[in-house]
Design a protein around this ligand. Structure first.
Ligand code: DX5
Ligand code: ZN
Length: 216
């Protein structure tokens, strides 16, 4: 199964984001992970669709937009028009399956996200509703640079087992938060194949080598 690396620009210098995404592309990243925070669903505020629009001309990599916002339904169209390729919405903020038709109609891939304290079964209906991806949070959303929560491994495994049972063995399972070169092997073994990495990629002396090693 293909492992995809999705560096999060949350850990990057926001004053140089155009250069950053070009460098990510040259370093072998598969997606650009955009952490959108609204100051309500999570305490911090990061950026919105305007940032996605600004990044868009600087890379051909898919823009993977993780919406940590209340009322995601009111923002989907803006992100789609700004150039998002994938939009993921939290089960703690909405019923993702109810938004999927709207996201798909805008020509964007759709996904559901679960927080660490939310049972993994809560995303099963999103898989059944035709999600293109499920994102399993391995830290509490809101901040980069946190420590990986080990209980996530069982959730990844349970989700992979569910997908296999549903005849979707290659379903994209994304993991987000605290992934390092040391724990990425376990994370992949548990069933994740789309790996978000913020601090690990942006702290690396050699970004391309780190992205290569994150493939497990
Ligand atoms: C947390 C974000 C993550 C975060 C990951 O709310 O969703 O994408 O940036 O950062 P690291 O890899 O540093 O844990
Ligand atoms: Zn994220």
């Amino acid at each position: 199964m293909k492992i995809k690396i999705a560096p999060s620009i949350l850990a990057s210098d926001f004053s140089r984001v155009g250069e950053t995404v070009k460098k990510l592309e040259a370093s072998g990243a598969d997606y650009v992970h955009c952490d959108v925070m609204d100051g309500n669903f999570v305490p911090p505020i990061t950026f919105g669709a305007q940032m996605v629009r600004a990044i868009r001309p600087h890379t051909s990599l898919p823009l993977d937009c993780h919406l940590m916002v209340l009322h995601p339904e009111t923002h989907i169209e803006d992100f789609a028009r700004a150039g998002a390729d994938i939009i993921t919405v939290h089960v703690e903020a909405c019923d993702p399956a109810a938004l999927f038709p709207k996201i798909a109609a805008l020509g964007v891939k759709k996904g559901a996200v679960v927080n660490p304290e939310t049972p993994i079964e809560k995303v099963f209906s999103a898989v059944d509703a035709g999600a293109d991806m499920v994102l399993v949070m391995s830290v509490h959303p809101g901040w980069g640079g946190q420590k990986f929560i080990p209980e996530t491994l069982d959730k990844l495994q349970a989700l992979r087992n569910y997908c296999v049972k549903r005849g979707l063995p290659d379903f994209d399972i994304e993991v987000d938060g605290g992934v390092t070169e040391e724990n990425v092997g376990e994370v992949i073994a548990a069933g994740a194949n789309v790996i978000v990495a913020g601090s690990t990629v942006f702290r690396a002396p050699d970004m391309a080598a780190t992205i290569r090693r994150l493939r497990g």
